[in-house]
Every structure is written in C-alpha cells, then in structure tokens.
Design a protein around this ligand. Sequence first.
Ligand SMILES: [Zn+2]
Length: 306
Amino acid sequence: MLIRVLGSAAGGGFPQWNCGCPNCRGVREGTLPAVTRSQECVAISADGRGWFLLNASPEIRQQIEAFPPLHPRDRRHSPIQGVLLTNGDLDHCLGLLSLRESHPLLVYATERVRVGFIERNVFYRTLERFPGQVTWRILKPGRREELVGVDGRESGLVAEALPVPGKPPVHLEGLMRPDPEDNVGVRIRDEATGGTLAYMSAVGALTDSVRQALDGADCVFFDGTFWSSDELRALGLGEKLAEDMAHLPVGGPTGSARQLAKLGAARKIYIHLNNTNPLLREDSPERASVTTAGWEIAHDGMEITL
Ligand SMILES: [Zn+2]
C-alpha cells in the first residue's frame, strides 16, 4: 500500500488565516523551525494507479495538483477512485463540494455522516447534476468492506470502520443527537502485501474499540490535534478544552503518547495538528519527547509504503 499525506493540519491549517499565535506568526515570518501544512487529507493506493482519499479537505484542489499521480490521464479523467470520510467535520467534507465538475464520485461513510452531509444541504445539489453522480457506500462499524473504485474495479484494499469517541460536526450540534457513528477510525488492509494501516485523526478517548483498531497495524496515524488539554486557553484563543472538541491531547500523564507507549506499529505518526501545537516546532522539547518514543509528525508530502 502506498500512502501519501496530502495535508497534515487540523481545521484551519498552519498558519490559519485569522491566527496570530506564536506558531502561526513564526511560520509566516520564517523565524520558526517549522513548515506550513494544509488541512488533513491522505491518499492511499494498492497499485499506484487508482487512489482513495481519506477525507476531503477544503484545500483539495491544491492537494491534488501537488501530487502528480492524482492528475488526469485523459481529457476527462481522475485517478481518484473513492473518498472515505471519517466524520462529518467541514474540514473533512468540504472538499467534496469542490469536486463538482460533473464527475462521478464514490464516497464511503457511515450512514450518520452521509445523512449529516446531504440533508438540508442545498449545496449538495451541485453534486447531483446527473443521476448517480455520487454513489454512497455505507461503512458499517465492524464490517469489512472491499474498497471498489468508481470504475467498478476492486482496489485490493479492504476497509473496516471502528467507532471512535467523537462528536457531531459543529454545524450539526443541536440538530443531531450524538451517535457512535459520528466519528470512526478505519483499518485498511492491502490484500496482496498484508500491510495494515490504522487511521484515526480524531480520537476523543482511548476506548477498547480504539485499541482494537490499533492492534497489529503496521502503520498508525493518530490524532495529534493538541499537545495539552488547555492549549487554546493558555494562549488566550478560546475557552474550550481539547476534550470539549473530542480530541485526546498528546502530552501529559493521560495523553496519548503515554497511553500508547507500548504500541507495536513500525510507523506511528501524529496527524491533524492544530496550529497551536508545539509539536509543529522542530526544536521543541515536546517534539523531542515523542520522537524519542518512536513517533513521527506528519507533514504534507510524507510518503509511506506498507
Ligand atoms: Zn495559530
């Protein structure tokens, strides 16, 4: 399995348009040992020809252009065979609406995420220009799903969604009651090589289901949104704690780095980094503490072969 990180930041990206925090200022001014990052989106492929996207970020157009294997090979063509959505957050779904140029799309998502995206959404009509423009395939937690491309061919990849503590997207809060299928992690196995990817970019807590999804994976992408629970508060950027936004912090005695210290994966990578996170600074003690423990920090353009 080929894995290419197209975007590695949390919603807002790095730097964020309206943020003057020390990280965002430093990376704009070139005074911080850090690289800019676009919003989370990862491309995977078994054969290097047909690709599936994990989430569809608002920056999808630039992300596709920055990675030649995703360029069209005919006058009207795309190597993108499908898109998997792990939740309904706008920074994971908005990119779908940018793929509106009368192109058939195949989307894998839980029923909750599908309903949350299409219901009462007048913009969705832009993806209904012709019958069958979008095909949805429902990811049922715990059920293994052979990933079939929009061209009808089997991809050689099998996906399994697992419920992960999360929450409904901000724009649906108060409209939809929280549900275990609001947020999932996915395990994806390459049937030819046996390589297994566990992808969990939003994790509210380490439950048995999360541990089960991580178990035995060769490569793990994990929620690296916040280093600490009160990161936004400490910088005067808001009152919400990481946990209020359903993100388990990386640092501290109850953080994911400590809790997952025994994780056996050959590659373990933090992704979905918020622009305030000290892990973005290449010389930070926080970064040194997790890299010493075997973690990597995702960056745009990162490539992995499983
Ligand atoms: Zn910032």
